[in-house]
Write a protein that binds this ligand. Sequence first.
Ligand code: SF4
Length: 440
Amino acid sequence: MGVASKKRASLHTLGCRLNQSETLLIQQSLKEKGYEIVPFGEKADLGIINTCTVTNLADSKCRQTIRQFIRTNPEAYTAVVGCYSQMGAKEISEIGGVDLIIGNQQKMDVLDFIGQEKNERPLIVRERISNEDFSVNFVGDSLVGQRANLKIQDGCSFICSFCIIPFARGASRSRDLENLVDEAKAKVNQGIRELVITGVNIGTYQSGADDLLVVLDRLNGIEGIDRIRISSIEPTTIPQELFAFMNDPNHALLPFFHIPLQSGCDKILREMRRRYTIQEYLEFLHLAHASVPDLYVGSDIMVGFPGETEEEFLETCNVFLDNPFDFCHVFSYSERKGTVAARRDDQVPIEERQRRSAYLRRLSSKKRHDFYSEYLGKTVRVLFENPKPDIWPAYTDNYIRVIVSKDQVGEENLANRCGLVRLNRLAADFVEGELVEMLD
Ligand code: SF4
């Protein structure tokens, strides 16, 4: 069955924000080649599944998704790309109906490998990941109307004991500065107002003499850019100069950090092979808060790491509660074959991991609630998103989720515009606000 004549393609992403942004880039190049993009689950002639291999469970979800696509589309050309392709090509090749398996090195060139006919056996393209800098040749669709990811870096050289990413994505390498600035300019010209800086370990960005500060300065110089938000950034890699950028009214960098803590216990941090102690982390956290008014800090915390006792878990809860964290994503530790942690024989029972995770999630909701409460009665700047049936959703600069009722606004179109909103009432995970005035 040929694919060139039909040109209906369907894409699906598993895993992280970086995968999402890479899928959007692939999607854009498919459109440029004349493909119609249809939702995953509908009939298509070409399927591209961008996979994740962060845990054994992620692998099994990938296999499920691939099978599901092939069941619905037995005649479609099926390409599997990304981290699981890099690490688990053999397992994927055992799924009947897969035509192409591409690891991370050639993933962005996937279209060059797609054939006209289904293959008897999958073609596997999986090279060692090069440690060269990279550039990207096309500009992806934005994720939503006003915000877009901008990938500046890939890979990681830190090798935490629970993490397979350094093997799946290779060592840290940085995108050429001019190349990423070109993409940013193109996105701003498309109407994007907020760029979210993404990568696996973005604080390690280094392209020649240019570091993250240079990237942010160059992006800030782009005519029309309103907001720059840094996505997750590793502790120990965050330059303190960012505080000044966040405080500068002429700099678009928002007062927002997402800094993975992982554990509040030094023993566990050592076993995770993280590169900081609790004291070092907290010193930075307090300094950041003292330096940047209205700063939001989110974090990632992993519970149930092998050998984690109840006391050590409670230590983590207390560090989270007693310090200025505003939210955390809670991850239950999940074994990943090939990592040091997965080989340990003191794994925490799964039900216990789930119990700890549910407990910490409740604490996290409380912290977010407390953070939102501090802003009740205040008037703050927001960027409005595309409308939902009765509301205009928006985020403040420091990441408070806000909604404004359409009843209050009337017919005016607020999408992709900035406005001042008074925050009036706390709901479960957002704040109801009242429009004071539009700023543009
Ligand atoms: S910093 Fe650690 S957890 Fe993050 S990608 Fe690198 S090895 Fe994995």
